[in-house]
Every structure is written in C-alpha cells, then in structure tokens.
Design a protein around this ligand. Structure first.
Ligand code: ADP
Ligand code: MG
Length: 251
C-alpha cells in the first residue's frame, strides 16, 4: 500500500485553541498518513509547539476534534482513556532532552517499557542496546546524562521514545538547544528513522533538512496554516505572501 492510499494516523479537524484571550490555533485542519514526514515551519510564537502538543494531549483545546490512530480527543480534555492510549503510541522528542538525570542511559530507555509495556528486564535491556546502536551510541549505556554531550543526550531521548515502539513520532525543535557541531548527528538519526518509514511530525528551523526529509511542509502564520505543499514547492515557489516573507527572513 502506498502512503497516499492509507487511512490517516492523525486527523485534526477545525481545531481551535486559546490561551485566555490569545487565539493561538485557528481552524487547523491536518491529516497525516502512515509513513509520511510532515515538517512544520513558522516564526517563533506562531503556535507550532502548541499544535503538536495537542496531538498527544499535552495541551487541551476548546473547539474541534483530533483522532490519533483511531483514538478520539475532544475539547476541554475530556478524553482520559484515549489520552492514555495515545501517549503509549506517540513518541515525542523536545528541544530540552528531559532525560532522568539520576538514571543511566540504559535505565532511561528501559523505564517506560518495563513500567508501561510490562516487558521483562532482559528483553527491555536487549531492546535498549539495539536502539542505542541504532542511534550510534552503543558504548554510552552505563553513563549518566550529565556525562554526555548534548547531541548524545538528544539521541538517548530519541532512543527512549523509540523504545515504546511508537506509531508516530513528534519532534519539537530537537536541535535548537544543540551546539552547531552536534546538530548533524541528531538530524542523521532522524533521517534514518524517516528512511525506515516512521511517521513523523517535525517542528524545525533546519530548512535544508526540511527540504530533504519532508514529504510535506506546513507553514504556520499566527496560528493559521498559511500554506502547505511539498518542500520543493514551499521553498522554491511559495504561493502565499506570508510564506515568502518568512522564508526571505530565514533562508
Ligand atoms: P511556537 O512554538 O511557534 O514558538 P507556541 O506554540 O509555543 O509557539 O506559542 C504560541 C503562542 O502561545 C505564543 O504567543 C505563546 O506566548 C503563547 N503560549 C504558549 N504557551 C502558553 C501558555 N502555557 N500560556 C499562555 N500562553 C502561551
Ligand atoms: Mg515552539
């Protein structure tokens, strides 16, 4: 089955979100199909983080509807059961790595599989080693987060999310807190994941990476989807004046 024949794994319909008097997301419609890589770009404060945080229930919304892998989220956070399911199926990597400082790299990765998925320790450990190998830091398993570089910590965070065998991965500016020389190693790990067919929604300012890895790029302007298109089209021939203005500032 090709990507475009599949049922969406995320379907967001007429989503509206307010923070007090601030209307931060306006009538967002978004569908993502399995295997698709969607990159979200936009100025600081335009609502990118809020949008992806709504998908795994880190933010409530006031109006609209989100279905994630068949689980339905409704306004005002009244979806406890769906949320529980969604959080085990959706992995997230943030700008700040959010590792547990008192746990070794290995224990950071095995914690959720042991507690939430009920894996046996031997199995969880084996899987953690495999994941560390996959993100290129197999030899760091016994270290603590503070002993690793930022790029290594972010790859641990990625391995930790993957340990739950997510159906969908969300990334919120995963390289924005990294020193420039470490950005490449994290993008490489994400590129590899995309190549393996993971469904991904990525907020990033790395336009070169977006162009290369995205099936579709969404430009958000003040809480609205101003334009969405394949990367060649967004970057080489943007149709919306607001997209053109943004790209002129960042490229
Ligand atoms: P982006 O990720 O595109 O920079 P955000 O989604 O973080 O944007 O924020 C969108 C808008 O919502 C900004 O104006 C921000 O200040 C505001 N905002 C974000 N989180 C909160 C919050 N918890 N309470 C109030 N306002 C918020
Ligand atoms: Mg943000």
């Amino acid at each position: 089955m090709t990507k475009h024949e599949s049922q969406p794994i995320v379907r967001m319909q007429k989503l509206n979100k307010h923070f007090g008097s601030l209307h931060v997301l306006k009538n967002i419609d978004l569908e993502v199909v399995p295997g698709e890589v969607v990159v979200i770009i936009g100025a600081s404060g335009s609502g990118k983080s809020t949008l992806i945080r709504c998908i795994n229930g880190l933010e409530e919304f006031q109006d609209g509807h989100i279905v994630v892998d068949g689980h339905s989220l409704v306004p005002h956070g009244k979806s406890a059961k769906a949320l529980q399911r969604i959080r085990t199926e959706v992995g997230m990597v943030f700008q700040q790595f959010n590792l547990f400082p008192h746990l070794s790299v290995r224990d950071n990765i095995t914690l959720a599989p042991l507690k939430v998925r009920g894996l046996e320790r031997a199995q969880a450990t084996q899987s953690a080693e495999r994941l560390l190998d996959r993100v290129g830091i197999r030899d760091q398993a016994d270290k603590y987060p503070s002993q690793l570089s930022g790029g290594q910590q972010q790859r641990v965070a990625l391995a930790r999310a993957l340990a739950m065998e997510p159906r969908l991965m969300l990334f919120d500016e995963p390289t924005s807190a990294l020193d420039p020389e470490m950005i490449g190693e994290v993008l490489d790990a994400m590129r590899e994941l995309a190549r393996e067919g993971m469904t991904m929604i990525i907020v990033t300012h790395e336009m070169g990476f977006a162009r290369e890895v995205a099936d579709r790029v969404i430009y958000i302007h003040q809480g609205e989807i101003a334009e969405e298109a394949p990367p060649e089209r967004i970057f080489d021939d943007p149709q919306d004046e607001r997209t053109r203005g943004f790209l002129a500032r960042v490229l």
